[in-house]
Design a protein. Structure first.
Length: 285
């Protein structure tokens, strides 16, 4: 079985400003990282070991008592000191070097766990007027699920996939679960979902290092597209792990939606340039 951990970055607010109003965030990213069940424990233990080591250091230094669930990491808390101080006593008590070490620990696991990544970047400036926040989220979920199904069918046809998501709200959880059930029963115009099991598993993010990793990765995708910078370091680090079909160069695991967004061409050019640079670096002097 494969585990796929989901999280998001940006917001689902349909109002992007304009027409004389201040501009608002036009992007929303839904992200998933997958790993084989046999690699989950390796990943989780590596991250938990560093968290517990740092928690013990803080305890001995008289800076607080922290259990593992208190050591949650979120991109927003890492980047914004006021948010960190308000919402994460653990991260606030750490110095910058130790926070950076913790973030790096997540990304250092990527090669050993043979991770695979998927993301949908929603450009809200090109959505139809009837699209609600809930509809936006469900459509992004469907688009990622399609790509997970293709990945499983192509590379792991004998295995199933379990979806693990942050427990956000009862209403949104129910909406996603009903969408999930519908797709399993009926599929969509593109694919029948034969490898995705039952319903998504909703969990509190502080209890799942996988969901926390998805949060970090989702922001990196958001940041690259917000700034139109495919070379953003952590995003560039993730690029080799996005799903690609066998013998294909296209980045199948990364989808920009909806049609008409200028970010589609940005992503195409960015990926092409990344491949050229990689080939050039590998060619030597």
């Amino acid at each position: 079985m494969y585990f796929f951990y989901f999280d998001e970055s940006g917001n689902r607010d349909r109002d992007v400003g304009g027409n004389g109003a201040p501009d608002k965030d036009p992007l929303y990213v839904l992200f998933a990282i997958g790993m084989f069940e046999g690699n989950w424990r390796k990943f989780d233990r590596a991250v938990a070991r560093v968290k517990l080591e740092l928690a013990d250091y803080l305890r001995r230094d008289g800076k607080g008592q922290f259990e593992l669930a208190d050591c949650e990491i979120k991109s927003n808390w890492i980047r914004v000191p006021k948010e960190r101080e308000k919402k994460s006593p653990f991260l606030h008590a750490l110095d910058g070097k130790d926070r950076e070490r913790l973030v790096k620990t997540y990304f250092e696991q990527l090669p050993s766990i043979n991770a695979v990544m998927f993301a949908v970047v929603v450009d809200k400036r090109h959505l139809h007027g009837h699209m609600t926040q809930e509809m936006l989220h469900k459509k992004a979920y469907e688009l990622i699920l399609e790509r997970i199904e293709h990945f499983m069918s192509e590379y792991h046809a004998k295995h199933n996939a379990l979806i693990v998501m942050d427990d956000t709200s009862k209403q949104l959880n129910r909406a996603v679960a009903m969408k999930h059930a519908f797709l399993q029963r009926s599929g969509n115009q593109n694919v029948n979902f034969r490898h995705i099991i039952e319903y998504p598993f909703f969990t509190r993010s502080e209890l799942s290092n996988g969901v926390q990793f998805a949060d970090l990765c989702a922001y990196n995708v958001y940041r690259a597209f917000r700034d139109k910078d495919f070379t953003y370091p952590y995003f560039a680090l993730q690029l080799p792990y996005f799903y690609r079909r066998a013998n294909q160069s296209r980045l199948d695991g990364l989808k920009v939606w909806s049609e008409g967004s200028e970010l589609i061409e940005f992503a195409r050019i960015g990926w092409t340039d990344h491949q050229k640079k990689k080939a050039s670096d590998g060619a030597g002097p």
